[in-house]
Design a protein around this ligand. Structure first.
Ligand SMILES: O=C(O)CC[C@@H](O)C(=O)O
Ligand SMILES: [Zn+2]
Length: 534
């Protein structure tokens, strides 16, 4: 623990920190996110166990959703032979190996692809796409397959183009902090690489042990460091992209400033593989902060969470690097399904506050003043503080692993909404009343500092009538607040038809025109992102 110079009620805070965290550390087994090695894998391990090792067979997407196969060609023996010449020994057709990459991590959608390709270079990707374009074969690009909206798996028999073997760091500059790497590098591995050199990846998310940087950029992933380092739209400096017809677009600049014409890379950031395949990324890494603290606090109500946030911004200023919240239901689920224990007394809400700075003493002083105020005024009723890496990780796991706990609870209906922060929790309360016992759990958590709510509803199994009670209700509610129906997860397959709740018809039309321009045959990640055309 950092010796905080706190007085009054904050001593209570310190005492609890010393006692409860110690017990918490010794009694529980913790597992961080780690990668399952191997091809396209069961791939995704957001926590200690694979989501695909449990649960029954996933229903085929085409059976659950009203979607029709577009008239693409089917992969023939001649195609397989041609692809084998492009990526020798890396054309996978073994049905067993194809099982996992056909299913999303949440086990909610399933395609029936019979071919997976593992290119190593941009040139190979270019050859593949040129061939597929000519032959009118549809392609589903896939990184770590950790997405939440069914964007990274085929819907029908699209060829899976995996970036697994495109995992080389190309350069790193230790003055500018600019990292250039291939799209298939795993986020956590990149994090280790730059940390050894005194820097930090500007994004962090629960799936870091499996997700690929190319997929992160393609989906414009937000995550846990967004509050501090902002969107990938700012930190990505350049991209290399292979277009649908096999053209390599090399915009892999490392410049901070470049005002020459349209910023084309922005088209591909967040386009979910529908406009081109990202093959390399140039990204700006901030210096690694030398002093990091994490406070985990209990709040008596959502109004207090909001006031704690305001106080936090005033008192911590530039050292604030994350402000996350979770409700009591989330805590119950991580306790029940992951056997993690709360480090603080039971509360209706919990917040996780991270500070990152360059002076431990200075940061401790600021934190101390903040804690004194929130504890003294009753905004926070209990809390614990960690300053060493191991304990920091443990506190973060409570928040990062909620997704995993939810997926063990049953079928999960997921909503990722941007809302005015004052109204962030209203929808959760509203839905609990609306759904009653039809839902197993209705939980709210997320990146409060970014105005991003993760609203999740669990049920024993998929149930069309529960879905009918949720949608379009949730989207209409969000649109009334002028919110976004996808804050950071993208649209993928599952949310593509709700884009109209957040964008005007003119924007949708322009998106369709851009798609037609860049991918006239529509072979890239079909059935994703853009709404079904009437
Ligand atoms: O599972 C979810 O709903 C959210 C996943 C992720 O964006 C997170 O912030 O933990
Ligand atoms: Zn999130």
């Amino acid at each position: 623990m950092v010796p905080l110079l706190v007085r009054g009620p904050a001593w209570l805070f310190q005492w609890r920190a010393a006692c409860t965290l110690g017990a918490f550390v010794q009694q529980r087994t913790w597992a961080g996110a780690s990668r399952i090695p191997g091809l396209g894998g069961p791939l995704v391990q957001r926590g200690s166990s694979s989501a695909s090792s449990r649960a029954p067979e996933v229903v085929l997407t085409q059976e659950r959703y009203p979607v029709r196969r577009l008239p693409f060609a089917q992969v023939s023996e001649d195609d397989l032979a041609a692809l084998e010449r492009i990526v020798p020994g890396r054309v996978i057709t073994d049905p067993e190996e194809l099982e996992a990459p056909n299913v999303d991590w949440l086990r909610t959608v399933r395609g029936s692809s019979k071919v997976l390709l593992r290119p190593r270079t941009s040139q190979e990707v270019a050859h593949i796409l040129r061939y597929c374009h000519e032959r009118n074969l549809a392609v589903s690009p896939q990184g770590g397959n950790t997405g939440m909206v069914g964007g990274s798996v085929p819907v029908f028999d699209e060829i899976i183009l995996s970036t697994t073997l495109m995992n080389q760091v190309m350069s790193f500059h230790d003055v500018s902090g600019v990292l250039v790497c291939q799209a298939g590098c795993i986020l956590e591995e990149l994090g280790r690489y730059v940390e050894e050199r005194g820097f930090l990846m500007p994004l962090d998310l629960g799936a870091k042990g499996s997700c690929h940087i190319g997929g992160n950029v393609a989906t414009n992933a937000g995550g846990l460091r967004f509050l501090r380092y902002g969107s990938l739209r700012g930190t990505v400096l350049g991209l290399e992209v292979v277009l649908a017809d096999g053209t390599i677009l090399n915009c892999l600049t490392s410049l901070r400033k470049d005002n020459t014409g349209y910023d084309l890379k922005q088209l591909f950031i967040g386009s979910e593989g529908t406009l081109g395949v990202i093959t390399a990324v140039s990204i700006l890494c901030p210096p690694k902060p030398s002093a990091v603290n994490v406070a985990f606090l209990g709040c008596p109500g959502f109004a207090e969470v909001l006031q704690t946030f305001s106080t936090c911004r005033q008192k911590l200023g530039e050292i604030l690097s994350a402000f996350e919240f979770m409700d009591a239901e989330c805590m119950k689920l991580v306790e029940l399904h992951l056997r993690l224990a709360s480090p603080v007394r039971e509360s209706p809400f919990y917040v996780l506050i991270e500070t990152s700075g360059s002076g431990a003493g200075h940061d401790a002083e600021k934190l101390s003043a903040f804690l004194e105020q929130v504890l003294g005024s009753g905004l926070v009723t209990d809390g614990t503080l960690a300053t060493d890496q191991r304990r920091i990780k443990m506190l973060w796991a409570l928040r990062e692993r909620i997704t995993e706990a939810l997926s063990r609870d049953g079928y999960v209906y997921k909503y990722d909404l941007s809302l005015p922060v004052e109204r962030l929790y209203d929808l959760v309360l509203d839905l609990r009343t609306r759904l009653g016992p039809r839902a197993k759990h209705v939980v709210g958590y997320g990146h409060l500092g970014d105005g991003n709510l993760h609203l999740n509803v669990t049920a024993e199994a998929f149930n069309a009538s529960l879905l009918g009670a949720l949608e379009p209700y949730v989207y209409e509610w969000t649109a009334r607040q002028r919110g976004s129906v996808s804050a950071e997860h993208g649209l993928g397959f599952k949310k593509r038809d709700v884009l109209c709740y957040s964008k005007p018809p003119e924007a949708l039309q322009l998106m369709q025109q851009l798609k037609a321009l860049l991918d006239p045959k529509g072979i890239l990640n079909p059935y994703k992102t853009l709404p079904t055309r009437a």
